[in-house]
Design a protein around this ligand. Structure first.
Ligand code: BES
Ligand code: ZN
Length: 589
């Protein structure tokens, strides 16, 4: 499958194994690196290996005939062309070793000063390779169509430690002053799942196959918050097939981690913004666990088929929630998702390429296309298919789909053909669903029971004389509060501001509620709460919150406030988020 986000020649030859050796230098924010690949020819007469590479300095490539560089594009970076000493025949293997140094422009790793961590005593760094940042850390076939096993050898200065997305083997001190951590990833994975972190990291067991890793100061609260891990895992196993990645550990990152979570294999990365104190935001964990099957097991072959990763994962995530907490909550998640989908489509414009399940990403940085659309439109599509054949039948079908494609990278057509072969008489307008722009052609029925109290409270609030009481929302799940605030944000009135105190939105530890509340503050230009906006935006760097809040501030004429906050904290944000902010708001810095 042609991957327009990669220059590598994966039709001719593929990486089957990688030994990744990196020595960290926190002062220069770089790594000294060596990577050794085992490669296997897929055709006869292969003479070269083309790897993706961006902002990496190549030092030497021993034992190849010639090293050169291909074209460069801003969206994708460049390519490293290695001419082999001997042509390879189909099935033949070779190894190449590349010695290199990363640069400060590496976007796969965020280096944090000690002051930017939760504990504030030691520096920290972590990777985020999805979608195409791995090429800024190691030269690699940076395409999700290629899967390989990995050995990690990460060298750090004690007392810092390294954790990697694989099985821990041992640690050795060969170079004075450094400890090298050895990990292996035995199940073949695509480059976007290469992952590790370095910091003052401690651990605590949180389940029979799960250990939590994080800064010591966060350990206790996180161990409670993530206590459902094993039950999510078991529920996912009931829904799909047995878990095949061995352990499932969690790495809780410092607050600038730009995502809610990242499904790094056997070591899920999570944001501390889900530490609400009451486990109300843990569906993110269910989501990342679900990726063990959808995404990490069956993988999108190119980023144009990203919905195969995320749409399927959201679908399974909500089935987990349904099994554990009932259809009301699962479908409320979905209904809130529809609201986010509508908003995202509005932001891009309803005819925009990025509103398709299969967008074209030719000459496009996949980070620019990222939104909730593949998640929500994708999962709605699966719910639609489910409604055509029945839930039980569809879940059985997904098990079969999973068994058939496990370990492979596929495109939408593969899923389409498999579905069509199983359900020959079921009519689906694949073209409209996959290529159509804007909202999905059909929205299936969802359980709206948890919205009844939400709607009735909102109706009361339409009366400016309404006197609210904290008991109005007693016993509500935070998803209901989010749904309520969604309503409120449709037509905000100044008297709505009193709900901040009455319903404790001003004091909440729930970041989803806080984010919606702050949107209301911005919409109503409620100056008395601007400090809260500052406090929130300088305390975490999760894109899902940061981008909409700045977007709203710029839209509502609060650019002075937005700029003030950006000056205070932009360097704290992850490099990818910094770029996206600059692009969207045309900032020059
Ligand atoms: N794989 C994604 C995160 C991602 C996507 C990183 C694309 C880089 C590029 C992860 O599984 C995810 O979807 N996270 C969500 C969680 C939510 C849907 C529960 C997030 O970060 O908000
Ligand atoms: Zn995901």
């Amino acid at each position: 499958m042609e991957d327009c986000s990669s220059f590598s020649n994966t039709k001719e030859i593929v990486i089957t194994h990688a030994v990744i050796e990196l020595t960290s230098d926190f002062l220069s924010r770089t790594f000294d690196g060596r990577v050794t690949y085992t490669l296997k020819a897929r055709e006869n007469g292969v003479t070269k290996v083309v790897l993706d590479i961006k902002h990496i300095e190549i030092l030497s490539v021993p034992n190849v005939a010639k090293t050169s560089y291909g074209d460069w594009s801003e969206a994708l970076g460049g390519s490293l062309v290695l001419n082999l000493l001997e042509p390879l025949q189909k099935g033949e293997k070779t190894t190449v070793t590349i010695n290199f140094k990363t640069t400060e422009k590496c976007t796969a790793v965020q280096f944090l000063e000690r002051t930017q961590t939760a504990g504030k005593n030691y520096p920290f760094c972590y990777t985020q390779c999805e979608p195409i940042h791995c090429r800024t850390m190691i030269p690699v076939q940076d395409s999700p169509g290629v899967k390989f096993t990995i050995e990690y050898r990460i060298s750090v200065k004690p007392p810092l430690v390294a954790v990697c997305a694989g099985e821990y083997k041992k640690e050795r001190s060969r170079v004075p002053g450094y400890v090298t951590y050895y990990y292996v990833q035995k199940v073949p994975v695509p480059s976007y799942l290469v992952a590790f972190a370095i910091g003052n990291i401690e651990s605590q067991k949180i389940g029979p196959r799960s250990t939590l890793y994080t800064e010591p100061i966060l350990l206790e609260s996180a161990a409670y918050e993530f206590g459902e891990t094993e039950s999510f895992l078991r529920t996912a196993e009931e829904l799909v097939t047995p878990y095949f990645w061995g352990k499932l550990d969690i790495l809780l990152l410092p607050p600038s981690f730009p995502f809610g979570g990242m499904e790094n294999p056997s070591l899920v990365f999570l944001t501390p913004t889900i530490l609400a104190g009451d486990r109300s935001l843990t569906s993110v964990i269910a989501h990342e666990i679900a990726h063990s099957w959808t995404g990490n097991g069956v993988t999108n072959a190119t980023w144009e088929h990203f919905w195969l990763n995320e749409g399927f994962t959201v679908y399974i995530e909500r089935k987990i929630i349904k099994k554990l907490y009932g259809i009301g909550l699962a479908d409320l998640n979905a209904l809130n998702g529809i609201k986010s989908l509508e908003k995202a489509i509005q932001v891009f414009g309803e005819d925009h390429n990025f509103t398709k399940l299969n967008p074209s990403l030719e000459d496009i940085d996949p980070d620019d296309a990222f939104s909730c659309i593949p998640y929500e439109k994708g999962s709605i599509f699966l719910r639609h298919l489910e409604s055509l054949v029945g839930e039980e039948v569809f879940l059985d079908f997904l098990k079969e789909y999973f068994e058939k494609y496990k370990g492979r990278s596929i495109v939408s057509k593969d899923f389409q053909s498999f579905f069509a072969s199983k359900f020959q008489s079921v009519e689906v307008d694949w073209k409209e669903w996959l290529q159509g722009t804007g909202m999905p052609p059909v929205i299936p029925d969802f359980d709206v029971s948890l919205l009844e109290s939400v709607n009735s409270l909102y109706n009361k609030w339409r009366d400016p004389e309404y006197v609210p009481d904290p008991s109005d929302i007693e016993g509500w799940h935070s998803e209901q509060i989010v749904a309520f605030l969604e309503h409120v944000l449709l037509a905000p009135e100044p008297y709505f501001l009193q709900m901040g105190e009455t319903y404790s939105f001003v004091y909440t530890h729930n970041s989803e509620i806080k984010m919606k509340w702050l949107l209301l503050v911005i919409d109503l230009r409620a100056e008395e709460y601007y400090e809260q906006i500052k406090e929130f935006l300088t305390s975490m760097g999760r894109m899902k919150y940061v981008r909409p809040l700045f977007r709203e501030m710029f839209k509502k004429g609060l650019s002075y406030l937005a700029n003030e906050i950006l000056t205070m904290c932009q360097s704290f944000y992850h490099p990818t988020l910094q770029v996206l902010i600059q692009k969207e708001f045309q900032l020059t810095q």
